[in-house]
Design a protein around this ligand. Structure first.
Ligand code: COA
Length: 260
């Protein structure tokens, strides 16, 4: 994969995607969103990738938002198209990926940057990270799912406060309200992500992808998450991973999941 705005590397079944526009604090322009879509699509299909880590380059920002210079002169139609296309190509796409995606928030995660982190399956942060949805300070609202995912993660009242004040919260406050799961020093961030990824990798990839689908079903309109869970649960009984997991348990050994 050859990209201009992101870096992709693989090590021990962990793929790391790094948004690489540090001079623009990794702001999400159109090209970066397209490259991220292509990278995630490819990584999801790669048999040697069990977990994906998403982070930003440099020591200042994860992503400081959508690239304001690109949409400052947009019309009503162009604004709507920007949000719809972005949500479909990247934000919803990541949320529904069958491979687990961890966001390692290593600095500013603002606007589209926080929305990107929230689309990942869970988040960890370094103690210099700052998070917020400052869109209303620009006369616009979050358009990449922020008005939906922030209340899901932190509750409606806190989300309303964060969105209306356009304020930034530090990492420890983000942890206290459930936005991130862990806060560590910048040096500890990637090692922690690797440790969590290694724990995930010990488990059945097929079961994990079903669990992602079932958890996400809770937030889909017109979908009964319990029914999705029941169906996905039943399907597990027909997988080689289930056979291996239960057999290994009974034989008192560690499972080697084929991922089938
Ligand atoms: N879109 C486009 N460019 C951005 C950007 C964004 N969202 N965020 C930062 N940049 C650019 C700046 O324009 C600047 O570019 P320049 O050097 O060519 O002028 C560069 O990144 C560095 O940013 P700067 O503002 O100088 O850094 P800072 O440390 O003074 O401030 C922030 C950091 C994050 C507080 C500030 O950049 C900011 O408020 N960014 C916008 C955040 C935002 O509103 N995001 C939501 C967008 S919907």
């Amino acid at each position: 994969m050859k990209f201009n705005n992101i870096l992709v590397s693989k090590n021990n079944n962990l793929a790391t995607v790094t948004i690489n526009r540090p001079k623009k604090l990794n702001a999400l322009n159109k090209a970066t969103i397209e490259e991220l879509n292509e990278a995630f699509e490819t990584l999801q299909d790669a048999n040697d990738v069990k977990v994906i880590l998403l982070t930003g380059s440099g020591d200042k920002a994860f992503v400081a938002g959508a690239d304001i210079s690109e949409f400052a002169h947009f019309s009503v139609d162009e604004g709507g198209f920007l949000a719809r296309k972005g949500q479909e190509m990247l934000f919803n796409f990541i949320e529904n990926l069958s491979t687990p995606v961890i966001a390692a928030v290593n600095g500013f995660a603002l606007g589209g940057g926080l929305e990107l982190a929230m689309a990942c399956h869970f988040r960890i942060a370094s103690n210099n990270a700052k998070m917020g949805l400052p869109e209303v300070s620009l006369g616009v609202i979050p358009g990449y799912g922020g008005t939906q995912r922030l209340p899901q993660l932190v509750g409606k009242g806190k989300a309303m406060e964060l969105i209306m004040t356009a304020g930034m919260i530090p990492a420890d406050e983000a942890k206290a309200c459930g936005l991130v799961n862990y806060v560590v020093t910048p040096e500890e961030l990637l090692p922690l992500a690797e440790k969590l990824a290694a724990k995930i990798m010990r488990n059945s990839p097929v079961a994990i992808s079903s669990a992602i689908r079932a958890v996400n079903a809770n937030f889909e309109d017109g979908v009964n998450g319990f029914d999705v869970e029941i169906e996905a649960f039943g399907k597990c009984f027909g997988t080689q991973d289930f056979n291996e997991g239960t057999t290994a348990f009974l034989e008192k050994r560690k499972p080697i999941f084929p991922g089938l």
